[in-house]
Design a protein around this ligand. Structure first.
Ligand SMILES: [Zn+2]
Length: 294
């Protein structure tokens, strides 16, 4: 290196230090809640070291699109940990786009996922035989229902429609929590993928957040079924309804009455089963309602 080049290099280093004060070169990345467990939704909050045009990330194989919260000057994205995720360390990879010609900024941070304790109480339930031993005709209806769900559930809308906290769909006590192990007619089922509210038939059911009605139709297991799309792969599902108050394509606001509860589909009696689906994974609705969201 010539003396001339050395001077230029030294000058560049000085300039670099002036332009990038020490406090601004680090990322702040945190999760709410701080303790992550399988089956739980969470909010990532990110403070990047520079102004970004957009921020995206990957987490447990999912794509995250962050929104900017001007009030706290942070980027946020709702995400989750699937109930089947084993305890361990998992990495959140971030890519921030900057105005051209600046190169994107990358950052990664690992988070520890602990094992949640879900009730192991085995509940003996009796449902009609058609739900545990369906006939070939009923199997065909079940298959059709599966196809509808596969088709609609995978239509991820890129824009976020939810805003602020998710609120309860019914003012009622909980009759079964997320993650519990259930037995139907002596046959063990997969863990309970939703939250059950003890409500008589005909109780108004409210939208948990802003969204668009993705499905409002009768299904084999779900009974009369409403699914709201809150954007970016986040859905809320309302099962066993007696009456629809919305139709597919309707835009709803948090708290709007979307249906009346009932006892249709695979159920032992009238109640409201609510589920939260995020990019193919079911998350605990109770934990989602506990999150304070921007
Ligand atoms: Zn349920």
């Amino acid at each position: 290196m010539t003396l001339q080049n050395l001077r230029i290099a030294a000058g560049a280093i000085v300039l670099f230090c002036v332009l990038l004060p020490a406090h601004a070169v680090t990322w702040t990345v945190r999760s709410e809640p701080a303790r992550l467990v399988n089956g739980a939704p969470l909010l990532f909050r990110v403070k990047p070291p520079a102004k970004l045009d957009s921020l995206s990330g990957t987490w447990l194989g999912h794509q995250l699109t962050f929104s900017y919260d001007a009030a706290t000057r942070t980027w946020f994205a709702l995400a989750g940990v699937g109930i089947e995720t084993a305890p361990g360390k998992y990495t959140l990879e971030l890519t921030g786009a900057r105005p051209s010609p600046k190169p994107p900024l990358n950052f990664s941070r690992s988070f520890t996922v602990a094992r949640a304790t879900y009730p192991k109480i085995k509940v003996e339930l009796t449902v009609e035989k058609k739900f545990t031993e369906p006939t070939p005709e009923q199997l065909q209806q079940i298959e059709e229902g599966k196809k509808v769900k596969q088709d609609y559930f995978n239509r991820v809308t890129p824009d976020r429609e939810w805003s602020g906290a998710f609120t309860t769909p019914a003012e009622a006590s909980i009759s079964d929590v997320f993650g519990s192990q259930r037995i139907f007619n002596g046959v063990a089922q997969s863990p309970h993928q939703g939250l059950d509210f003890r409500v008589p038939a005909g109780t108004p059911v409210a939208a948990m957040n802003n969204g668009t009605v993705l499905l409002a139709r009768p299904m084999y297991f779900e009974g009369n079924f409403v699914v709201l799309d809150h954007g970016q792969g986040l859905l809320t599902l309302y099962l066993h309804l007696s009456e629809f108050k919305v139709k597919e394509g309707d835009v709803v606001k948090r708290g709007d009455v979307i249906a009346l509860s009932g006892g249709t589909g695979r159920t032992t009696g009238p109640h409201l089963h609510v589920a939260v689906r995020w990019q193919g994974t079911y998350l605990d609705p109770a934990r989602l309602m506990q999150l304070s969201l921007p």
